[in-house]
Design a protein around this ligand. Structure first.
Ligand code: NAD
Length: 271
């Protein structure tokens, strides 16, 4: 091994906030997570905190956000919560102005907020369709724009991590608009990475497999849900913690050469 290569040595460097420990060092960085009131967004905020980042947590449910903010701050991290409906596109420039004014401008953006309307395609209304695409595809585009605009102007390094899905690569029956949005965000990731390649703004995506959260918890106790789990090679749902490695890679120093990449983390569900 070259003397110039530094490998984190495990125990000595591992940091721990709450019950999460990590060797990635994000000290001095500020990470913003959308949809941080439940599920994966909560985990992402906790993991980024454990790595030493200050976190900006945003969502619509202010009470849940306040609880997470208190928990992180009580455990020695630094969280700031803001109510934000990501589909309020006209409000996004002012939202980032507020962050700048408060000296809270993030240099890591996790586009996590997402939703689904579970219906057969033939039952979809234009409003259902718009809601899914507006939340999962249009909002991350404009959030990425407002975030990147700042960093391109400043010439500063920044990371965008888009949360796509295995549904971006695979047909998930009955979830066609959702899969359409997730397939779209994978291409958007590549397109923005290409457009901003001469800046220091990296744009990447993670495609999680099925993990039990509010977005799908109605399903797993049904016969259909149990059958689906039994069809996967490992016959189990993935865990929220399974995404920690990909998140920290894309947010941290080892991900500096990655842009336009999509990482699948599905516990082998779609091999
Ligand atoms: P979740 O329902 O617990 O979390 C989604 C969050 O997004 C919620 O807090 C919700 O309130 C928020 N949100 C929805 N619309 C919003 C809006 N307009 N403005 C602000 N916030 C909004 O589900 P999750 O599983 O944690 O989902 C997080 C992301 O992961 C989503 O993008 C989802 O598509 C993706 N994903 C989840 C799975 C899974 O199996 N859980 C798999 C692949 C991808």
């Amino acid at each position: 091994m070259s003397n110039n290569v530094k490998v984190h040595s495990g125990k000595k460097r591992a940091k721990r906030v709450g019950n999460i420990s990590t060797n990635t060092d994000l000290t001095g960085q500020t990470a913003m997570v959308t949809g941080a009131s439940s599920g994966l967004g909560v985990r992402f905020a906790q993991v980024l905190t454990a790595a030493g980042a200050r976190v900006i947590i945003t969502a619509r449910r202010e009470k849940k956000l306040a609880e997470l903010e208190q928990e992180i701050n009580r455990q020695g991290g630094e969280a700031h919560s803001f109510a934000l409906d990501v589909t309020d596109l006209d409000k996004l420039p002012a939202f980032f102005d507020t962050l700048r004014e408060k000296n809270l401008m993030p240099n890591i953006l996790v586009n996590n907020a997402g939703m689904n309307v579970v219906k057969p395609a033939l039952d979809y209304t234009p409003d259902d369709y718009r809601q899914v695409l507006d939340t999962n595809l249009t909002a991350p585009f404009f959030l990425a724009n407002e975030f990147a605009r700042h960093h391109i102007e400043q010439g500063s390094a920044a990371r965008i991590i888009n949360i796509a899905s295995v549904g971006g690569h695979n047909v998930l029956p009955g979830l066609t608009p959702y899969c359409t949005s997730k397939s779209g965000i994978i291409m958007m990731t590549r397109g923005l990475a290409r457009e901003w390649a001469r800046s220091e703004v990296n744009v990447n995506a993670i495609c999680p497999g099925y993990i039990e959260t509010e977005i799908n918890d109605f399903w797993w106790q049904t016969d259909g849900g149990k059958k689906q789990i039994a069809s996967w090679p490992r016959r189990r749902l993935a865990g929220k913690e399974d995404l920690d490695g990909a998140l920290l890679l894309l947010a941290g120093p080892h991900g500096s050469g990655m842009t336009g990449s999509t990482i699948s983390v599905d516990d082998g569900q779609y091999i």
